[in-house]
Ligand binder design. Structure first.
Ligand SMILES: [Zn+2]
Length: 502
């Protein structure tokens, strides 16, 4: 074999390839953004004696970390918003809001998020009056960590024209006394907020992707549930050569028509790709809008809120498949999962014909009899949510503790596990995903279904190869000839990480 030319790079490291044929190596040869060969240092030196050498012999090299569920531009915006993660009481929320008002001109909107009702010690939906106490002159809208609940003050409600007798919008609920807005009801407020400019979107997109790349990620699946300007900003970064990540993006199903008209031209080699069409089968556990089978929430607060109907998902899902796009459906409650699995059963022949893997987001609380039906599907799950959800699961769904976040069972059933964080719902912290999936411990230190724990190797796979397969990227999440030269370097797996993209 002829020796390769000199603009090549050899990386020395302890290499975990995730390729069953050659799981371990000590050197990898890279050129033109691709892996050319994998083996020992001597073998690579013989192949490319004049290659540039990156010596990371003290580190572990794996396929690059992927984030399989993020709202990338919303995450970028959130980095500049009022951050309520970790707030443990209503007075702590008040203090953080009060602080922000001091540095903000009156009349300017305050937007924030990251709280959980359970962590604030609230059994009831919060009222506007609590925020009015600390922010009478700034309109305020705060989102719960799961983004399914908005908490507004009176000024924000007044600007949105919401009064005690305003009817609930389709797909949402205005809680009385006023203050809490569930699901689509939050949009009554967001639509009167100042619209971010194109430059704002670009800045947020850049902040989001740079933050992720800085954490060691090389790719991300960005979900819909963002303004159309969000993916456009990512596309602009890609066109400028300013995108440090490879991106697989979802369209909201409402825009499928447009997609068909425009065609989804994907320039070959571009780091940005349209891949999925997003549906929502239900809401979320913390906001009591997850769609459940009977007996429902233990508190007697009902069986949740179905959103996109199964018929709609079936019809538009088929349309998505015909366009070569992956149906991607949010399903948290056990009923939502049953219904989506039913729909996917009907879509499976078309999906198989198109070579597309159907995909469920969250798959959080399952009936045992539904788990085998995940065979061949992508289960896009977020172990980090288990940490905050544990106490809520015990309280609200005691009959589903053993089949919540059922990673091992899903894997055994033949699902492809793809790990993400759902940022800005939770921070994009792979460390927390490793910890949650290994130990199954929640924020109170209690285990949730410990038999569902995964090994470190399995978690690494679900953060690299799993997302790649979910996106249909055979050339990613594995180190073998032809693969994208996008790696993560570790001091130990799950420890400190750094991206290395050549
Ligand atoms: Zn999400």
């Amino acid at each position: 074999m002829a020796a390769f030319s000199p603009e090549l790079t050899v990386i020395y490291a302890t290499i975990r390839t995730l390729d069953d044929q050659h799981p371990q190596a000590t050197a990898v040869l890279v050129g033109g953004g691709r892996v050319l060969a994998v083996g020992s240092r001597e073998e690579m030196a013989a192949l490319a004696p004049r290659a540039h050498v990156l010596d990371h012999r003290d580190l572990i090299l794996t396929p690059g970390l992927a984030e399989a569920h993020i709202h990338l531009v919303a995450y970028g915006f959130s980095l500049a918003e009022l951050n309520l993660h970790g707030a443990r009481s209503v007075s702590e929320v008040q203090a953080r809001v009060a602080q922000r008002t001091m540095n903000t001109p009156p009349g300017t909107w305050l937007r924030g998020g990251g709280f959980l009702l359970s962590e604030l010690g609230l059994d009831e939906y919060p009222a506007a009056a609590v925020l009015d106490e600390v922010s009478p002159h700034h309109p305020v809208l705060l989102f719960s960590r799961d983004l399914h609940l908005g908490w507004a003050n009176s000024l924000a409600l007044r600007l949105a024209g919401i009064r005690p007798d305003t009817p609930d919008p389709v797909g949402g609920r205005i809680v009385r006394p006023l203050g809490t807005l569930l699901e689509s009801a939050s949009e009554l407020v967001t639509r009167v907020m100042p619209v971010p400019s194109e430059a704002d979107f670009l800045a947020a997109a850049k902040a989001g992707v740079e933050d992720l790349a800085g954490r060691g990620y090389v790719s991300a699946h960005t979900m819909a549930f963002e303004e159309p300007e969000a993916p456009r900003a990512l596309q602009t970064l890609a066109a400028r050569g300013d995108l440090p990540l490879r991106i697989w993006a979802c369209l909201p199903h409402e825009r499928l028509e447009q997609a068909r008209e425009l065609g989804l031209a994907c320039s070959p080699g571009s780091l940005f790709q349209w891949g999925g069409v997003k549906f929502f089968a239900d809401g979320a556990l913390g906001s009591r809008t997850a769609w459940l089978h009977g007996p429902g929430f233990a508190g007697g607060s009902g069986t949740g809120m179905p959103l996109d109907s199964p018929d709609l998902i079936r019809e538009r899902g088929a349309e998505a498949l015909r366009l070569g796009l992956t149906p991607v459906t949010h399903a948290i409650g056990d009923r939502a999962n049953t219904e989506v699995l039913e729909v996917y059963e009907a879509l499976r022949p078309l999906a198989d014909e198109k070579g597309i893997r159907l995909r469920i987001e969250h798959a959080q609380h399952l009936r045992p009899e539904d788990i085998p039906r995940f065979r061949g599907l992508t289960a896009s799950v977020q172990p980090i949510h288990l940490q905050a959800d544990g106490p809520m699961i015990r309280e609200l769904l005691p009959h589903r503790v053993d089949t919540s976040y059922a990673f091992r069972s899903l894997k055994a059933a033949g699902a492809v596990l793809a790990f993400g964080s759902d940022a800005p719902v939770a921070p994009p912290e792979y460390r927390a995903n490793f910890a949650a999936a290994l130990t199954r411990r929640d924020d109170e230190g209690q285990p949730i279904a410990p038999a569902e724990a995964l090994t470190e190797e399995e978690i690494l796979w679900a953060h690299t190869r799993g997302p790649a397969l979910a996106a249909g990227w055979e050339d990613e999440g594995i180190i073998r000839p032809g693969a994208r030269a996008a790696f993560t370097l570790w001091d130990r797996i799950g420890g400190n990480a750094r991206a290395l993209v050549l």
